[in-house]
Design a protein around this ligand. Structure first.
Ligand code: ADP
Ligand code: ZN
Length: 216
Protein backbone atom coordinates (compact mmCIF):
# COMPACT_ATOMS: atom_id res chain seq x y z
CA UNK A 1 0.00 0.00 0.00
CA UNK A 2 1.27 3.46 -0.92
CA UNK A 3 -0.25 6.51 0.76
CA UNK A 4 0.70 10.13 0.09
CA UNK A 5 0.27 12.86 2.69
CA UNK A 6 -0.41 16.23 1.12
CA UNK A 7 -0.75 19.60 2.83
CA UNK A 8 0.84 22.99 3.40
CA UNK A 9 3.89 23.48 5.61
CA UNK A 10 2.59 23.35 9.17
CA UNK A 11 -0.50 21.29 8.30
CA UNK A 12 0.71 18.42 10.47
CA UNK A 13 1.62 16.05 7.66
CA UNK A 14 4.80 14.88 9.33
CA UNK A 15 3.18 13.96 12.65
CA UNK A 16 0.17 12.27 11.10
CA UNK A 17 2.20 10.46 8.44
CA UNK A 18 4.50 9.04 11.12
CA UNK A 19 1.52 7.86 13.22
CA UNK A 20 -0.20 6.28 10.25
CA UNK A 21 2.97 4.53 9.07
CA UNK A 22 3.36 3.00 12.54
CA UNK A 23 -0.26 1.83 12.63
CA UNK A 24 -0.19 0.35 9.13
CA UNK A 25 3.31 -1.04 9.55
CA UNK A 26 4.65 0.84 6.53
CA UNK A 27 7.86 2.82 6.20
CA UNK A 28 7.57 6.58 6.54
CA UNK A 29 9.50 8.38 3.80
CA UNK A 30 9.70 12.13 4.48
CA UNK A 31 11.62 14.03 1.82
CA UNK A 32 12.28 17.05 4.08
CA UNK A 33 13.66 14.79 6.85
CA UNK A 34 15.88 12.97 4.34
CA UNK A 35 17.28 16.29 3.15
CA UNK A 36 17.85 17.51 6.72
CA UNK A 37 19.64 14.26 7.60
CA UNK A 38 21.85 14.57 4.52
CA UNK A 39 22.62 18.14 5.52
CA UNK A 40 23.60 17.17 9.08
CA UNK A 41 25.80 14.40 7.75
CA UNK A 42 27.37 16.77 5.25
CA UNK A 43 26.82 14.44 2.29
CA UNK A 44 26.90 15.61 -1.32
CA UNK A 45 23.10 15.47 -1.40
CA UNK A 46 22.93 17.68 1.70
CA UNK A 47 25.31 20.22 0.25
CA UNK A 48 23.27 20.39 -2.97
CA UNK A 49 19.98 20.83 -1.09
CA UNK A 50 21.11 23.37 1.50
CA UNK A 51 20.66 26.70 -0.28
CA UNK A 52 17.24 25.75 -1.67
CA UNK A 53 15.98 24.67 1.73
CA UNK A 54 17.20 27.83 3.42
CA UNK A 55 15.35 29.93 0.88
CA UNK A 56 12.19 27.85 1.24
CA UNK A 57 12.11 26.89 -2.45
CA UNK A 58 11.98 23.39 -3.90
CA UNK A 59 15.16 21.39 -4.34
CA UNK A 60 15.45 20.58 -8.08
CA UNK A 61 13.04 17.76 -8.88
CA UNK A 62 15.50 15.30 -10.36
CA UNK A 63 17.63 15.28 -7.19
CA UNK A 64 14.51 14.78 -5.08
CA UNK A 65 13.00 12.13 -7.32
CA UNK A 66 16.20 10.05 -7.32
CA UNK A 67 16.46 10.28 -3.54
CA UNK A 68 12.87 9.23 -2.87
CA UNK A 69 12.76 6.47 -5.48
CA UNK A 70 15.88 4.98 -3.98
CA UNK A 71 14.07 4.66 -0.65
CA UNK A 72 10.94 3.25 -2.24
CA UNK A 73 12.84 0.49 -3.98
CA UNK A 74 14.91 -0.35 -0.90
CA UNK A 75 13.77 -3.59 0.81
CA UNK A 76 11.89 -1.64 3.53
CA UNK A 77 9.87 0.41 1.09
CA UNK A 78 9.00 -2.43 -1.23
CA UNK A 79 5.92 -3.55 0.66
CA UNK A 80 4.48 -0.05 0.71
CA UNK A 81 5.15 3.33 2.23
CA UNK A 82 3.70 6.51 3.58
CA UNK A 83 5.11 9.40 1.56
CA UNK A 84 5.33 12.77 3.30
CA UNK A 85 6.44 15.93 1.46
CA UNK A 86 6.72 14.09 -1.84
CA UNK A 87 5.46 14.52 -4.52
CA UNK A 88 5.41 18.30 -4.32
CA UNK A 89 4.74 19.21 -7.93
CA UNK A 90 3.32 17.61 -11.07
CA UNK A 91 6.71 16.53 -12.36
CA UNK A 92 7.39 14.57 -9.17
CA UNK A 93 3.88 13.07 -9.18
CA UNK A 94 4.33 11.81 -12.73
CA UNK A 95 7.80 10.40 -12.02
CA UNK A 96 6.45 8.57 -8.98
CA UNK A 97 3.51 7.12 -10.88
CA UNK A 98 5.79 5.89 -13.63
CA UNK A 99 8.29 4.31 -11.24
CA UNK A 100 5.56 2.50 -9.30
CA UNK A 101 3.85 1.34 -12.49
CA UNK A 102 7.11 -0.24 -13.63
CA UNK A 103 6.98 -2.40 -10.51
CA UNK A 104 3.28 -3.16 -11.03
CA UNK A 105 2.29 -0.83 -8.17
CA UNK A 106 0.21 2.29 -7.75
CA UNK A 107 -0.75 4.97 -5.24
CA UNK A 108 -3.73 3.85 -3.18
CA UNK A 109 -4.78 7.02 -1.36
CA UNK A 110 -3.77 10.64 -1.01
CA UNK A 111 -4.57 12.17 2.37
CA UNK A 112 -4.91 15.93 2.02
CA UNK A 113 -4.74 17.70 5.37
CA UNK A 114 -6.45 21.05 5.18
CA UNK A 115 -5.62 23.88 7.59
CA UNK A 116 -6.39 27.63 7.36
CA UNK A 117 -3.58 30.04 6.56
CA UNK A 118 -3.87 31.82 9.94
CA UNK A 119 -3.45 28.53 11.77
CA UNK A 120 -0.44 27.56 9.58
CA UNK A 121 1.34 30.82 10.35
CA UNK A 122 0.68 30.42 14.05
CA UNK A 123 1.97 26.85 14.10
CA UNK A 124 5.17 27.55 12.20
CA UNK A 125 6.30 30.52 14.26
CA UNK A 126 7.02 28.99 17.66
CA UNK A 127 7.73 25.51 16.34
CA UNK A 128 10.49 23.47 18.00
CA UNK A 129 11.54 20.08 16.65
CA UNK A 130 13.40 17.11 18.13
CA UNK A 131 16.74 16.60 16.45
CA UNK A 132 16.51 12.84 16.93
CA UNK A 133 12.91 11.77 16.29
CA UNK A 134 11.52 14.93 14.55
CA UNK A 135 8.57 15.27 16.95
CA UNK A 136 7.34 18.88 16.79
CA UNK A 137 6.48 21.01 19.85
CA UNK A 138 4.97 24.43 20.05
CA UNK A 139 5.69 27.28 22.40
CA UNK A 140 3.30 28.21 23.99
CA UNK A 141 0.59 25.74 22.79
CA UNK A 142 2.18 22.31 23.26
CA UNK A 143 5.52 22.72 25.01
CA UNK A 144 7.68 19.76 26.06
CA UNK A 145 7.59 18.74 29.74
CA UNK A 146 11.20 19.85 30.15
CA UNK A 147 12.18 22.91 28.15
CA UNK A 148 14.54 22.06 25.26
CA UNK A 149 14.13 18.28 25.62
CA UNK A 150 11.95 15.84 23.68
CA UNK A 151 9.25 14.07 25.77
CA UNK A 152 9.50 10.95 23.65
CA UNK A 153 13.23 10.35 23.31
CA UNK A 154 15.05 13.02 25.35
CA UNK A 155 16.58 14.47 22.17
CA UNK A 156 17.54 18.12 21.85
CA UNK A 157 14.91 20.52 20.48
CA UNK A 158 15.83 23.09 17.83
CA UNK A 159 14.12 25.60 15.54
CA UNK A 160 14.36 24.87 11.85
CA UNK A 161 16.42 27.51 10.04
CA UNK A 162 13.65 27.73 7.42
CA UNK A 163 10.99 28.55 10.04
CA UNK A 164 11.95 32.25 9.86
CA UNK A 165 9.18 34.61 8.83
CA UNK A 166 10.64 35.14 5.37
CA UNK A 167 11.18 31.45 4.58
CA UNK A 168 7.75 30.55 5.92
CA UNK A 169 6.15 33.12 3.60
CA UNK A 170 8.13 31.72 0.67
CA UNK A 171 7.27 28.09 1.52
CA UNK A 172 3.56 28.94 1.63
CA UNK A 173 3.86 30.69 -1.75
CA UNK A 174 5.68 27.73 -3.28
CA UNK A 175 3.04 25.42 -1.82
CA UNK A 176 0.15 27.36 -3.41
CA UNK A 177 1.84 27.63 -6.78
CA UNK A 178 3.42 24.19 -7.16
CA UNK A 179 1.96 21.70 -4.69
CA UNK A 180 -1.69 22.73 -4.34
CA UNK A 181 -2.43 21.72 -7.99
CA UNK A 182 -1.84 18.13 -6.88
CA UNK A 183 -5.09 18.29 -4.90
CA UNK A 184 -7.01 18.52 -8.18
CA UNK A 185 -4.74 16.05 -9.89
CA UNK A 186 -5.42 13.30 -7.34
CA UNK A 187 -9.04 14.35 -6.93
CA UNK A 188 -9.70 13.71 -10.61
CA UNK A 189 -8.49 10.11 -10.34
CA UNK A 190 -10.59 9.52 -7.23
CA UNK A 191 -7.72 8.99 -4.81
CA UNK A 192 -8.06 12.10 -2.68
CA UNK A 193 -9.28 12.00 0.91
CA UNK A 194 -9.75 15.46 2.41
CA UNK A 195 -9.21 15.78 6.15
CA UNK A 196 -9.86 18.75 8.42
CA UNK A 197 -6.43 19.32 9.99
CA UNK A 198 -7.53 21.66 12.79
CA UNK A 199 -7.99 20.39 16.32
CA UNK A 200 -5.79 18.12 18.40
CA UNK A 201 -3.34 15.59 17.04
CA UNK A 202 -5.58 12.76 18.31
CA UNK A 203 -8.69 14.23 16.68
CA UNK A 204 -6.98 14.54 13.31
CA UNK A 205 -5.61 11.01 13.69
CA UNK A 206 -9.14 9.68 14.27
CA UNK A 207 -10.43 11.47 11.17
CA UNK A 208 -7.69 9.99 9.02
CA UNK A 209 -8.11 6.49 10.42
CA UNK A 210 -11.87 6.64 9.83
CA UNK A 211 -11.43 7.96 6.30
CA UNK A 212 -8.87 5.33 5.32
CA UNK A 213 -10.54 2.45 7.15
CA UNK A 214 -13.98 3.29 5.86
CA UNK A 215 -12.91 2.82 2.28
CA UNK A 216 -11.05 -0.41 2.58
P1 ADP B 1 7.58 21.92 5.07
O1 ADP B 1 6.52 21.06 4.47
O2 ADP B 1 7.32 22.27 6.50
O3 ADP B 1 7.95 23.14 4.27
P2 ADP B 1 9.66 19.84 4.62
O4 ADP B 1 10.45 19.34 5.76
O5 ADP B 1 8.73 18.91 3.96
O6 ADP B 1 8.94 21.13 5.17
O7 ADP B 1 10.67 20.43 3.51
C1 ADP B 1 11.67 21.36 3.82
C2 ADP B 1 12.38 21.80 2.55
O8 ADP B 1 13.00 20.66 1.91
C3 ADP B 1 11.50 22.40 1.47
O9 ADP B 1 11.26 23.77 1.68
C4 ADP B 1 12.31 22.12 0.20
O10 ADP B 1 13.39 23.03 0.05
C5 ADP B 1 12.90 20.76 0.50
N1 ADP B 1 12.03 19.67 -0.01
C6 ADP B 1 11.36 18.74 0.75
N2 ADP B 1 10.65 17.91 -0.03
C7 ADP B 1 10.84 18.32 -1.31
C8 ADP B 1 10.37 17.88 -2.57
N3 ADP B 1 9.52 16.84 -2.70
N4 ADP B 1 10.80 18.53 -3.68
C9 ADP B 1 11.65 19.55 -3.59
N5 ADP B 1 12.12 20.04 -2.43
C10 ADP B 1 11.73 19.44 -1.30
ZN1 ZN C 1 12.61 13.00 20.15
Amino acid sequence: MYIIFLGAPGAGKGTQAANMARKLNLVHIASGDLFRQALEQGTELGIKAKSYMERGVLVPSQITIDMVLEHISAPDGEGGAVLDGFPRNLEQAEALEKALAQQGKAIDKVVYIKVSKEELLKRLSGRWICRQCQTPYHAPDSPPRVWGKCDKCGGELYQRPDDTEESVRKRLEVYSAETAPLIDYYGRVGKLVEIDGEGSEAEVDRRITAALGGER
